[in-house]
Design a protein around this ligand. Structure first.
Ligand code: NAD
Length: 491
């Protein structure tokens, strides 16, 4: 394996451009912090405009050769990457835990979901085929073809540093494009690790680039004439900015934003199962997941039982560093974010929600940015904690009189990333599937995360664009279609 600096404390993160590791030459930097102990472990140095321009130039040049390579040849480094990711997943998970804070089990799960995308992209020779119709008109055969476009970029958030870059990279390069990843400046070590494996997998220089930085790096990429398209995953205000800026600069763009998802608990549901799934959905990754369900909309008939069982189960929830085998949940990403979440809890109390389980009273490790799970009851969806994305371990229970009111409550959210329903009634499941306004829907599953061969994307303020991440949508995003019309009058 190539020389790595991921486990060398206090080393800077490097860019990977044209097949070489280079130091970024911009002026700003960001500390990478082990949130379980509150210690800086490395720094992200930001790229200068020149660094970004060089990455785009190199990628544009590499594209000219890469696009001509047979598709079978383009997927060989992906097969090797899959094997390398599997061989190194344990070590990579430890890097991920260190820079992010999630538990090792969550990190391993996330890496597995990333590998799944590499596997799906290995099927590009079939997926990229379009259509052919002989004798589409007199003496005419017609063939649809899909062609790669050039340089694509993906800008990714802190909360899934392994999986989210892999929603994009494998499909971009397998379809014949070249690619630039701009990972979160808060959690770039996992991306650096993946790029060390990418180097070993043997992609030709310039096909994949890693460029570190913050918002200036993003804006330089979005305004660059030679970048054909951008994928974004992050908060809603930045998603809107990326969508608008990329579109104003003539690029195709898909921008995934924030979320405030709901679980509906029908009076027909298996309450014990629903409690178990709700806890995992709301609190895994300390609630820092776009698919977390931080609101449970519960039928009045089962509300008290559901609330009591939840509060009781939280007594056994273990908050500890992510490498601790007993940890159910690790710390939040930063002290600043912990303060934000604490402010939401205070606001919840001020606005009259009932505090059923107060995570602030629970003993957690002294160092680091820990906060135990918190549970509010009788939340009104119009309260601040009922409608805003908190992105922390805070679950709100909303009491409803019937199923109609439950669906209305879910649909009144400005967001539409995901929703889940716990029920034993097929008719409710059907109504839920037809009427709920969200992109990822789960029935009797707390976290509606599609496999990589299905697309992933939200609705409303959770997504800007049309083609989503993962699966077949990626083929359409990364290619342009042409129809080839052929006539041979002598034939
Ligand atoms: P963020 O929006 O702060 O940052 C995401 C990326 O945007 C980073 O790479 C960052 O460098 C860049 N960025 C930040 N500010 C920018 C600006 N002003 N201009 C240009 N670029 C900028 O998000 P985050 O805090 O890293 O991640 C958490 C958010 O991501 C949550 O809102 C969460 O719901 C969302 N998220 C959504 C999905 C989804 O699929 N919808 C998945 C994961 C996370």
């Amino acid at each position: 394996m190539a020389q790595t600096n991921v486990d060398t404390e206090l080393d800077n993160v490097n860019n990977y451009i044209g097949g070489d590791w280079t130091e970024a030459s911009g002026s700003g930097s960001e500390a990478i912090v082990d949130s379980a102990v509150g210690e800086t472990i490395a720094r992200t140095t930001f790229s200068s405009e020149d660094d970004v321009n060089r990455a785009v130039d190199v990628a544009a040049e590499a594209f000219e050769d890469w696009r001509q390579r047979p598709v079978e040849e383009r997927i060989q480094p992906l097969f090797r990457l899959k094997t390398l990711l599997e061989e190194h997943q344990e070590e990579m998970a430890e890097v991920l835990v260190k820079e992010h804070g999630k538990t090792k089990k969550e990190a391993m799960g996330e890496i597995r979901r990333g590998i799944e995308n590499v596997e799906v992209a290995c099927g590009i020779p079939t997926m990229m085929q379009a259509g052919h119709l002989p004798n589409a008109a007199p003496d005419i055969d017609e063939t649809a073809v899909r062609k790669p476009l050039g340089v694509f970029t993906a800008i990714t958030p802190f909360n899934f540093p392994a999986m989210i870059p892999l929603w994009f990279l494998p499909y971009a390069v397998a379809t014949g494009n070249s690619f630039i990843l701009k990972p979160s400046e808060t959690t770039p070590l996992t991306a650096q690790y993946i790029f060390e494996l990418i180097e070993e997998a043997g992609f030709p220089g310039g096909v994949v680039q890693l460029v570190n930085g913050g918002k200036d790096t993003v804006n330089t990429l979005l305004e660059h004439d030679d970048v054909e398209g951008a994928s974004f995953v992050g908060s809603t205000p930045v998603a809107k900015h990326v969508y608008e800026t990329a579109a104003a600069n003539g690029k195709r763009v898909q921008a995934q934003g924030g979320a405030k998802n709901h679980i509906i608990v029908s009076e027909s549901s298996d309450i014990e199962f629903a409690v178990d799934q709700t806890i995992s959905s709301a609190y895994a990754n300390s609630g820092q997941r776009c698919l977390a369900n931080p609101s449970a909309v519960v039928h009045d008939d089962v509300y008290d039982e559901f609330a009591d069982r939840l509060a009781e189960a939280l007594e056994d929830y273990t908050v500890a560093g992510g490498l601790d085998d007993d940890a159910d949940m690790g710390p939040l990403i930063s002290e600043e974010h912990r303060e934000n979440v604490l402010e939401y809890i205070e606001t919840g109390e001020e606005e009259g929600a009932e505090l059923l389980y107060d995570g602030r009273d629970v003993d957690v490790p002294d160092d680091g940015y820990f906060l135990a799970p918190t549970l509010f009851g009788d939340v009104d969806p119009e309260m601040t904690i009922g409608k805003e994305e908190i992105f922390g371990p805070v679950l709100s229970l909303i009491r409803v009189a019937d199923f109609e009111e439950a669906i209305e409550t879910v649909n009144q959210s400005q967001f539409g990333n995901a929703a889940s329903l716990f029920t034993e009634r097929g008719a409710e499941a059907k109504q839920f599937r037809h009427e709920v306004e969200a992109g990822n829907l789960g029935v009797n599953t707390g976290t509606a995360a599609p496999m990589a061969f299905f697309h992933f994307g939200g609705w409303k303020d959770s997504f800007f664009g049309d083609l989503h991440a993962q699966g077949e949508d990626m083929i359409h995003f990364y290619t342009d279609e042409a129809v080839y019309i052929e006539r041979w009058p002598d034939a």
